[in-house]
Design a protein around this ligand. Structure first.
Ligand SMILES: Nc1ncnc2c1ncn2[C@@H]1O[C@H](COP(=O)(O)OP(=O)(O)OP(=O)(O)O)[C@@H](O)[C@H]1O
Ligand SMILES: [Mg+2]
Length: 310
């Protein structure tokens, strides 16, 4: 089944290693590095894979790191359509200091996308065959990308009758929302910026999400509230769901895991009540793992079974 595509405009190769201690001006012998593919949509594709659902990851890929990213995805059996770019795909660097159990996450800036590369990505999405049922756009927008890029993606989704799911920020998000989106997954900061309402709890999340739903351009808004769970708003159904009580290790990857859970549920034809719970289950399951590790399927299923009782 290739009816889910994910689009990642700022993909990355995550390189992680461990070192006994960090001191200046000395050689620091590191453990053998580990490499993982990353970036919003790519993580959604990886999360879906854990739930046994195939998707196609579309992303810009440049130079040797781009090739490495493609190899890493291939090793995980994730379908991909890389769009070749002039600039080198970035590589982030994560170092764990063994002495004090601290993790340092060095993030390189998103890589510029040239106008012709952006056009090529749009062309790829337009010419997909068969037409996708779900399009997921997740992660930050790179410098150089035009502000109406997501609006153009939204138009293609409408023409194709695909459900567009967006998890990003800034002006691009604003424009996409004005064009029309099936589901938005902002966190508190993203929703605050989008609506000019300071979102800090479920009441303010409700007020801000309603503002978007009432405009009629977006069917479902799922506001992720970190440890406070999530608030879902749509025309006919609204609810706040608390996050399950888990032992948190790292919240990195929680948002992408949540989106994967919701796309999984939507693809299986589950209703909104079940969909948001599967999202929370996958998001919270991701926080049980250290570092950028996504969720384990068994954890997500156990949390979902708990959440669905209420
Ligand atoms: N501390 C936590 N305890 C339990 N669950 C959590 C915690 N933090 C996040 N989650 C789960 O993950 C979901 C998404 O988290 P969050 O709101 O932090 O997303 P995000 O800000 O988009 O994350 P990201 O930094 O990955 O982009 C939450 O709705 C919740 O289910
Ligand atoms: Mg997020």
């Amino acid at each position: 089944m290739k009816h889910i595509i994910t689009l990642t405009l700022s993909p990355v190769v995550d390189k992680s290693t461990t070192v006994d201690r960090i001191v200046a001006d000395q050689k620091l012998p590191c453990d053998e590095p580990r490499f993982e593919p990353g970036g919003g949509g790519i993580n959604v594709s990886r999360g879906l894979k854990r739930l046994n659902v195939n998707s196609v990851a579309i992303f810009p890929s440049g130079g040797l790191t781009g090739q490495h990213l493609q190899d890493l995805l291939k090793a995980e059996h994730i379908n991909q359509v890389p769009v070749l770019t002039e600039k080198l795909t970035r590589e982030n660097f994560i170092v764990v200091n063994r002495e004090v159990h601290e993790e340092y996450r060095f993030g390189m800036p998103a890589v510029e996308l040239l106008p012709k590369e952006e056009l090529e990505i749009l062309r790829v999405i337009k010419n997909l065959s068969p037409k996708p049922k779900f399009m997921v756009v997740s992660g930050s927008m790179p410098p150089g990308s035009s502000e109406d890029f997501l609006a153009k993606v939204a138009r293609i989704a409408q023409q194709d009758g695909a459900k567009l799911i967006v998890d990003t920020s800034g002006e691009a998000l604003k424009n996409a929302v004005e064009e029309g989106v099936y589901l938005l997954k902002p966190n508190q900061a993203e929703l605050s910026k989008l609506t000019d309402i300071e979102v800090k709890d479920k009441n303010t999340a409700e007020e801000a999400a309603r503002k978007i739903i009432d405009k009629g351009k977006c069917e479902v808004v799922v506001v992720s509230l970190g440890a406070q769970g999530a608030y879902i708003a749509s025309r006919g159904y609204n609810e706040h769901i608390a996050a399950p009580d888990i032992e948190k290790r790292s919240t990195v990857g929680a948002g992408d895991s949540m989106v994967a859970g919701m796309v999984y549920a939507a693809e299986k034809g589950l209703d909104l009540r079940q969909m948001v719970r599967m999202g929370i289950a996958c998001g919270s399951a991701a926080t049980m793992n250290a570092g950028p590790e996504l969720f384990k399927r068994a954890d997500a299923e156990r949390l979902f079974a708990e959440l669905i009782k209420n």
